[in-house]
Design a protein around this ligand. Structure first.
Ligand code: UTP
Length: 234
């Protein structure tokens, strides 16, 4: 399978977290799965965006600052992975072309691409471009909820959802540089049009990523023919 993994910025806070997530990626059997990984910017990106905004930078410039931070995180991840291409790819074509010419067993890593969205959308566009079989979001909240679980402890997690329902949920969100949303509205529209199978899971423990690729997870699954169900667990 061709799999695009989107890693939330939460995985780049310290050495141990980076090692942990790199190990979870390294254990995926690459003779069976072709992997692309997109790194998020996390708290550091938000910190730099906040400073830039206080200095009077507009949203596009703030976005470029966020992109720079995601690319730094991509470099950190590359340092921790066993067999990744040595530099983050700057665009989708670069990543896909390298895989075709340089070998599909190496992991292609990238960060952000252009202003106006987040690495959620980068992962969705990349997945569409390479005709991925699976788009996997590894997040700090572990799935899609009917309200932000960080603000509303009673929020319910969806087990299954259609892309149309995801679009309805995410279109309520504000898309400002550095905003905190589980899947951004651009990503949800791309998922809707590409009909790609998408899973949103929690932060990794050992095997979490390989298990999700094999269909074992307790996050939220998006598929065009899903009947909306809520998870019994949070
Ligand atoms: P992230 O993808 O990290 O956003 O990009 P996020 O939603 O905060 O994700 P987490 O919390 O890390 O999981 C950080 C910022 O970089 C800019 C945006 O401003 C985004 O908020 N960015 C990133 C872009 O403008 N374009 C991109 O392609 C990627």
């Amino acid at each position: 399978m061709t799999v695009v993994i989107s890693l939330g910025g939460i995985f780049f806070t310290d050495t141990e977290r980076i090692k942990e997530v790199a190990a979870a990626i390294d254990e995926v059997d690459r003779s069976r799965h072709d992997l692309y990984v997109v790194a998020g910017g996390g708290g550091r990106a938000r910190e730099y965006i906040k400073i830039a905004r206080e200095l009077g930078a507009n949203d596009a410039l703030c976005d470029y600052i966020g992109i720079a931070l995601t690319r730094i995180n991509a470099k950190l991840l590359i340092s921790a992975l066993e067999d990744a291409y040595p530099e983050p790819f700057l665009d989708y074509i670069g990543a896909a072309t390298a895989k075709v010419s340089g070998g599909s067993e190496r992991i292609a890593v990238m960060g952000g691409v252009s202003p106006g969205y987040t690495t959620d959308a980068v992962a969705a566009i990349l997945a569409e471009y390479v005709n991925a079989d699976l788009l996997l979001y590894v997040t700090s909240v572990g799935g899609i909820y009917d309200a932000d679980p960080r603000e509303y402890p009673g929020a319910k997690k969806y087990e299954k959802l259609t892309p149309e329902k995801l679009v309805a949920i995410t279109m309520k969100e504000e898309l400002k540089a550095g905003s905190r949303i589980v899947i951004d509205p651009v990503a949800s529209k791309i998922i809707e049009r590409s009909r790609i199978k998408t899973i949103v899971i929690d932060r990794t423990g050992p095997h979490t990523i390989s298990d999700a690729i094999d269909g074992k997870h307790c996050g939220t699954e998006l598929s065009p023919d899903a009947v909306t169900t809520y998870s019994a667990r949070k």
